[in-house]
Design a protein around this ligand. Structure first.
Ligand SMILES: NC(=O)c1ccc[n+]([C@@H]2O[C@H](COP(=O)([O-])OP(=O)(O)OC[C@H]3O[C@@H](n4cnc5c(N)ncnc54)[C@H](OP(=O)(O)O)[C@@H]3O)[C@@H](O)[C@H]2O)c1
Length: 312
């Protein structure tokens, strides 16, 4: 009999991508029965999931008792939180722990938590304000303390989808053929880019063999791309001349204090790296575990697949 797999964030990018991957997978589509969590089962994305055979459960991460029906009887849970919903580390930690507690109480065998590195620890206390990383890491520690039969930690890189989704500013036409990439990144700064649609590919090894990956951190991205490569590739894909912003230019795009860390950019990216100093090796390891057929989407593939690119 197939096993229930509860996916939080089913109507969003990460959860939605995992659901797509499982529904299209020859083995996993038979092995797992998907249950998607949303606060509103009547919204368009939820209705589409239902039409594709996903069971929908209404639950709110801010309301712990509502989580129990979402995880009852589940074999596996994909747990994520949306920091930007409340832009509060405390709220994200409370939500993540509530999912973990409900899952443990329900006897879930495998929990996958969408995590990020603890920047305060990684920087030996130098960087204490990257709250949306530290909060996820705190939930990761909590999940480890609960001793699930298997717990796996998915650490996604910078989403390629940030070019249209989320709070980061978008490129802007500044002359007839020149586009400003609004980030004042040094040309040789390297960022791990992930196509979120690939989420399931990174998780497949752990779904096949949860015991082998118990406790593992899956640092996930297609590759580390330099800032210069990012704009050069986008120039080729758009037929326009895209360039990196200067510090003063980037400053004009900052509408929220959290954007400064990314746009200017702060020491997390420059000194430590998005995943920390061991990021490149950790990513090599994750990629070495993937199924050979699960090829990852390159930045160029992503831009070509999602073009044509018009900028305002
Ligand atoms: N952008 C990046 O480069 C990047 C990189 C690494 C990590 N992240 C992290 O990724 C997270 C966002 O993930 P995403 O882009 O996949 O999300 P998303 O597409 O914005 O969707 C958010 C999902 O969370 C659900 N949700 C939000 N609040 C909820 C609540 N109170 N109860 C139940 N469900 C709730 C929403 O469900 P309903 O609305 O249907 O209820 C929706 O499915 C953030 O925490 C961010 O820090 C982002």
């Amino acid at each position: 009999m197939s096993k229930i797999f509860t996916v939080f964030g089913a109507t969003g990018q990460q959860g939605g991508a995992l659901i797509n991957f499982i529904l299209q997978h020859e083995t996993f589509s038979k092995e797992f029965r998907l249950r998607g969590v949303t606060r509103d089962a009547s919204k368009a994305e939820a209705v589409k999931l239902k039409e594709r055979g996903v069971q929908l459960i209404e639950a709110d991460m801010n309301d712990p008792p509502s989580l129990r029906p979402a995880v009852d009887g589940a074999y596996a849970v994909f747990a994520m939180t949306n920091y930007w919903d409340k832009a509060s580390a405390e709220a994200e930690i409370t939500q993540g722990k509530a999912i973990a507690d409900a899952s443990r109480a329900a006897g879930v065998s495998l929990i996958i938590w969408s995590s990020l590195p603890n920047v305060t620890q990684m920087s030996n206390g130098e960087l204490t304000t990257v709250h949306h990383f530290d909060s996820k890491a705190e939930v990761e520690d909590y999940i480890r303390s609960l001793n699930f039969p298997s717990s796996v930690f998915y650490l996604p890189g910078w989403f390629m989808q940030n070019v249209w989704h989320g709070f980061v500013p978008k490129p802007k036409m500044i002359s007839v053929d020149t586009v400003l990439f609004p980030f004042a990144w040094p040309p040789d700064l390297r960022l791990p880019l992930i196509d979120v649609s690939d989420t399931g590919k990174y998780l497949a090894p752990a779904l096949r063999d949860p015991a082998k990956y118990d406790g593992a951190r899956l640092v996930s991205a297609t590759a580390h791309y330099s800032a210069q490569e990012i704009v050069d590739t986008w120039s080729r894909a758009s037929g326009k001349n895209m360039r990196l912003a200067t510090g003063n230019e980037a400053e004009q795009f900052i509408t929220h204090p959290m954007q400064r860390e990314v746009l200017r950019p702060g020491p997390l990216f420059v000194k430590y790296g998005y995943f920390g100093p061991s990021g490149p090796q950790d990513l090599d390891w994750t990629i070495s575990q993937l199924e050979p057929a699960d090829t990852l989407t390159t930045w160029e593939d992503f831009l070509v697949q999602n073009g044509p690119w018009d900028f305002e």
